[in-house]
Ligand binder design. Structure first.
Ligand SMILES: CC(=O)N[C@H]1[C@@H](OP(=O)(O)OP(=O)(O)OC[C@H]2O[C@@H](n3ccc(=O)[nH]c3=O)[C@H](O)[C@@H]2O)O[C@H](CO)[C@@H](O)[C@@H]1O
Ligand SMILES: C=C(OP(=O)(O)O)C(=O)O
Length: 441
């Protein structure tokens, strides 16, 4: 079993380059299904397990893919299946994002029910409500959702009850090839939605308003391949910003887009961290003590839920008591139990965690409970007394490229224990290549 071993006490310094955004690239790869002709050439595609999963899914539908040096090419002209298997949807909920494109292009899709996960039940009612409003018939049975439409989907006015990221993306993709105009109200405003809309527009779609609460999509008859470069990952960037702050270091997070990280920057500054926003990245330094602050997760541009556990690690070493309120997911405090193993004093009251910054963290054996929790435990390990051993790394591998190597380059005393002789980096890159190679022929 792979483990990350961290020995605390080193202040991180230097430069770290942010990879392409997981949450942008997954819907973008799903959207490439819409291209009846031509090839999508997508660059800055991170070599993540989640990327491999969505590529495996597209491959299972007869789509050709190649991956080399972070460039993914997708040719979806030969689409032979409209089904997403339980095995692939269970591995990664974002697999459900193929439903909109399949339904729009083929008039039919059969996708395994995504189910809940460690951070909550995560229903998909808003996605389905959108498809139904566009004329689709939805049937649920034998663990699958089957959607079908006579002819083409029809443009509709859709008001989302929750500004869901996934529902906004799925409906936007479906509407791109629908008959007539679709308006999504109370749409999610995340930067990843804007990146997806830019990609779709390059494929020939007509989308306006992405990044606001009202998105207007005029359906087109056909979409084709295009080239696109994925935006930098704001959550990976935020994680390294916290790594600099927690260790009292000085790190330049190269490629981070300041605009995407305003809520994180504001919180760090409130805590006494120096954040210097530059054109090509963000420099984060900390010399003094950290102040306790309260924070509440919210949809963008509010504080991201995907940064909640990393910030909790930082609050554990600040002076005073902080209240962290999670409003996006109903069960995203699983990491609290793991932090407690490291001597943290945290109390949960409903949707809030009361974090006492007073205790000295001690190294311990802990397990990642979700992707961000895994990163947060490593961050806590960087300032703990002694050695921390983080297991269940499959969570971290879903969303961080070369996490250990990037931390090592900043001077962290951290290593990945891999039972075999291969390093993780080689393993991921090789698997991704091997996985796609049959389509090279
Ligand atoms: C691959 C990807 O981009 N994942 C991100 C995406 O997830 P995801 O797209 O799943 O998140 P949503 O914005 O859809 O979920 C937000 C909330 O809405 C609820 N909900 C959602 C859809 C629906 O039909 N009904 C419903 O009730 C969810 O259970 C959750 O409580 O946005 C989340 C919120 O920023 C991030 O944490 C995830 O990293
Ligand atoms: C929750 C996350 O991702 P997903 O929606 O893919 O589970 C995340 O990136 O922190």
């Amino acid at each position: 079993m792979d483990k990350i071993i961290v020995r605390g006490g080193k202040a991180l310094t230097g430069n770290v380059k942010v990879s392409g955004a997981k949450n942008a690239v997954l819907p973008i790869i799903a959207a490439s299904i819409l291209a009846e002709e031509g090839t999508c050439v997508i660059s800055d595609v991170p070599a993540l397990d989640d990327v491999r999963t969505i590529c495996d899914l597209l491959k299972s539908m007869g789509i050709s893919l190649t991956y080399d040096h972070e460039v993914l090419t997708v040719n979806a002209s030969q689409l032979t299946s409209v089904e997403a298997s339980y095995e692939l949807v269970r591995k990664m909920r974002a697999s459900f994002l193929v439903m909109g494109p399949l339904l729009a292009r083929q008039g039919r899709a059969r996708v395994a029910l995504p189910g809940g996960c460690a951070i909550g039940t995560r229903p998909i009612d808003q996605h389905l409500k959108g498809f139904e409003a566009m004329g689709a018939k939805i049937e649920i049975g034998q663990g699958f959702i089957e959607a079908s439409v006579e002819g083409r989907l029809k443009g509709a006015k859709i008001y989302l009850d929750i500004a869901s990221v996934g529902a906004t993306e799925n409906i936007m993709m479906a509407a791109a090839l629908a008959d007539g105009t679709t308006v999504i109200e109370n749409a999610a405003e995340e930067p990843e939605i804007v990146d997806l809309a830019n990609f779709l527009n390059r494929m020939g779609a007509k989308i306006r308003g992405a990044g606001t609460g009202s998105i207007r999509i005029e359906g087109v008859d056909k979409m084709t391949g295009c080239t696109h470069c994925v935006i930098p990952d704001r959550i990976e960037a935020g994680t390294f910003m916290v790594a600099a702050a927690i260790t009292g270091g000085d790190v330049f997070v190269e490629g981070a887009i300041c605009d995407h990280l305003k809520s994180v920057t504001a919180k760090l500054r409130e805590m006494g961290v120096e954040v210097d926003e530059q054109e090509n990245g963000i420099r984060v330094r900390r010399t003094g003590a950290l102040k306790a602050v309260d924070l509440k997760t919210l949809p963008y541009p509010g504080f991201p839920t995907d940064m909640q556990s990393q910030m909790m690690a930082l609050l554990l070493v600040s002076e005073g008591t902080s209240i962290v309120t999670e409003t996006v997911f109903e069960n995203r405090f699983m990491h609290v139990e793991e932090f407690r193993r490291m001597n943290a004093n945290i109390k949960i009251e409903g949707r809030s965690a009361i974090v006492d910054g007073g205790s000295k963290l001690t190294g311990s054996k802990v397990a990642a409970t979700d992707l961000r929790a895994g990163a947060a435990l490593v961050l806590a390990g960087l300032v703990s007394d002694g050695e921390t051993e983080v297991s269940a790394l499959h969570h971290i591998d879903r969303g961080y490229v070369n996490f250990t190597e990037k931390l090592q380059a900043l001077g962290a005393d951290v290593e990945r224990y891999v039972p075999e002789t291969k390093t993780r980096e080689t393993a991921v890159t090789e698997t991704v290549k091997v996985s796609f190679s049959p389509n090279f022929a």
